[in-house]
Design a binder for this molecule. Sequence first.
Ligand SMILES: [Zn+2]
Length: 600
Amino acid sequence: MNTSNPAPGGAADPPDWRTPAEKDDYRTTPDYADTLRFLERIASAHPELVRVENFGKTGEGRDLKVAIVSRGGLFEPAEIHASGRVVLLVQNSIHAGEMDGKDACLALLRDLVIDPNRANLLDNVTLVFIPVYNIDGHERRSAFNRINQNGPARFGWRANATNLNLNRDYLKADAPETRAFLRLFRHWMPDFFVDNHVTDGADFQYDVTFGFDVTPDVFQSSADWLRDSVTPELVRRIDAAGHLAFPAPVFLKDDLDPSRGLALHDNPPRFSTGYMILENRPGLLVELHMLKDYRTRVTGNHALLVALLEILNDDAVTLKVLNREADRAAEELGSAEASRTPFPLCFERGGNAVQVEFKGYAVERSPSAISGATMVRYTHKPWNVALPLDAGSDVALAVRPPAGYLIPAQWRAVIEVLEAHGVTLRRTTDSWTGQVEKYHCRGMKWPDRPFEGRHPILRASNVEPGIGEFGSCRLSIATETFAAGTVLAPLQQRLSKVVLHWLEPEAPDSALRWGFFDSIFEQKESGEAYVLEKIAPNELASSPTLRSEFEDRIRKDPDFAADPAARLNFIYRRTAWGLANRVGEYPVARLTSVEGIPAR
Ligand SMILES: [Zn+2]
């Protein structure tokens, strides 16, 4: 029906502003074309409030779109920031089977535009939302994409068109979608970020769960505001809207025994909200509960977004100040003073558990003939208990921030990632020789199977027990010469944490971990057996240390002892010829000062 045509009898039909999901009673979710049709219809009816813009293309060539909802004709980021308003960026459907946020945002957009009671939600906030981020995944529609999820009828796929999980790609930025997101982020410099998901995992009474990072790498005052002010307000307002909210993503410590309590997971910058820590901006992870019906989930997501808009309108000034201070603190990481205090790059959750009230469902356990193990069946009997929740964050890795890093120009892919993040880089204009800190990495292990299209170097936490020692990187001081054109990444900038996480080799999502430096671990030269047999006795005779290491290895490692080539290579690698291979020599250097380096 064309709602703008006059109805018979002369009276105009009121326009039908129900969203596609509402029209279909939440049985379905619209495909991308229908999503855009609804967006464009609202945008053309209310151009003074709504604009839809492109921000890039997906792998399959679809247009990435963002909707801007703003009052007073302000649609340019600079004028919006200058007006003192906060920019709220909401991302939907990064996991395209989890599209609740898309339908919630369409309803929210409609409410903001046509409901006079909601108009004040745009007083101090400009809403920028990505209706569908993983569009190629979104269009891979099926009823069988998520076995755990209760509707709608058909929906999209978790990964993008090259089967990458975009929510593991924020720091390494392999996907075209990530590169487009980073450009969008630079353009808007949002004050607050929301990423909408649907859970996996346990069954419980809550329909809305959400969480903020408050680990020691988050600017302390921002963490305090998020934990003590925003979180309880969100819960209160979501519950008042008829939903039930829990202020943490729910991970059971033991799937068979929920009474053992709830775990918190580390949030490295491969994740959207983990990446926001590096951008010095609050990142809100939203997880609607997968087993609730689609209407409950979409309206729950809507209730959360309305509550957040209310809070941000009230606290816009606070948020602006916190972000400015967080940026300044990040710039300070490059100072001589900061270089004395290790900065945390990786956490192990645990330690201080706190008791939290939890509204679960009682479980029944019985033996399973299928799995041969104990199985759990959730009853829908309320199980309201106090559970231990891991609240501690033990620092698993911390480094002294350097003043900056030198990256030799040939490591182009590494440099391009920093450029994609908008990191300020300089290039040396002349060759420079000076004292630097260099890492030497050894004992690295790679997994047999790919992860996100790569074979990332294993971390201690994902090495199976018994596999042995995993690799480590040791710092030493060296005097080196760097050619003209070497990239200087100073730490005195607001993206200092991006630089640290990308270039500190042991950081959880570093370039080294993701395989950007794998070739430094290849031994390119070796010795012929008859040549090594000739020199080995002299080498062993002249170095008692080498001899004892060699004999020790033969005693302890029968495979090695039985492998003639390995025995000869063991000697070769420790000779001057072997060391010339520079295996494991990390080419990025740490600087104690950037003064005097000829660079612009
Ligand atoms: Zn998800």
